[in-house]
Write a protein that binds this ligand. Structure first.
Ligand SMILES: [Zn+2]
Length: 270
């Protein structure tokens, strides 16, 4: 049965899912360089697995859409393999997907993102939906769902050890598709530790937001320490993300969607 995957449904089934109040998940990723040892589909692979598996286990609560494969990636264009979508285009595209769902009657929409630079844009897209429609929409990066387990299993230094093609991402790839990880090409680099104020880590970045062009600061494209990665860590990370995503979807479904109040002075009676 594939009733948890939007792409395999017929329109009456999708209408029924809207009527049943399904939480719709839009996975968002990127095609970008991930160092010398990981394929460019890293973010796609991770977020597709987490969102599809969560929906499969959610007992009809969640419905996962086909993935948005490409993201906002201008900073990484110094490396071959990266595809970038201009930020306005990316936002409009992601908004239009969510808005199409609202027009069908869905009212709980979640963007689950796998690429750091997409996150601020996905946050704005979700807010645009909340501001412009009657639906509730939220956005998160999938690694936020793994905070507790990462606290326990992390071996790389903080900050910097888990940022890009790192202990975190390599562990996920080693679990899902180990045959494509070229371990003998792994390199550890932590170029994201620039100052006391500027550092980058999936589990807590510095107080100042600053993203340089990556080819200026890393030779390999890696930010972090892939040598600390294992398939078992990948399994634990993904399992935690899946169960937390289901739990979040349930609480989001149950969150009241209250009517608007307008307390402004009304010049004419409505
Ligand atoms: Zn990545």
């Amino acid at each position: 049965m594939h009733s948890h995957l939007y792409r395999f449904l017929k329109w009456p089934e999708i209408k029924q899912a809207a009527q049943d109040g399904a939480v719709v998940v839009i996975p968002v990723a990127a095609i970008e360089q991930h160092g010398l040892h990981l394929p460019v589909d890293m973010d796609n692979l991770a977020v597709e697995y987490v969102t599809e598996e969560a929906a499969r286990r959610s007992d009809g609560l969640m419905l996962t859409l086909p993935i948005v494969h490409y993201g906002f990636n201008e900073h990484n264009m110094g490396f071959p393999g990266t595809i970038t979508i201009r930020e306005e285009v990316f936002m409009d595209f992601c908004y239009d997907i969510g808005h199409s769902l609202v027009r069908q009657g869905f009212d709980r929409i979640v963007y689950v993102n796998a690429h750091g630079s997409n996150q601020m844009l996905c946050n704005l897209v979700a807010r645009r939906l909340v501001n412009n429609t009657s639906a509730l929409a939220a956005a998160l990066p999938h690694w936020n769902l793994a905070r507790e387990v990462v606290d326990k299993i992390r071996e790389s230094e903080y900050p910097g050890g888990m940022a890009h093609a790192c202990e975190f991402e390599t562990s996920i790839y080693l679990y899902l598709k180990p045959e494509l990880v070229e371990k003998d090409k792994m390199v550890a680099e932590t170029p994201s530790k620039l100052s006391k104020f500027i550092y980058d880590d999936l589990f807590g970045s510095g107080p100042v937001h600053f993203v340089n062009r990556w080819s200026r600061v890393t030779q390999s494209g890696v930010e972090g320490d892939p040598f600390k990665a294992t398939a078992e860590k990948g399994r634990q990370i993904l399992e935690a993300e899946i169960s937390n995503l289901i739990e979040f979807a349930r609480s989001f479904r149950d969150m009241p969607n209250l009517p608007d109040a307008d307390l402004n002075y009304q010049r004419r009676p409505k």
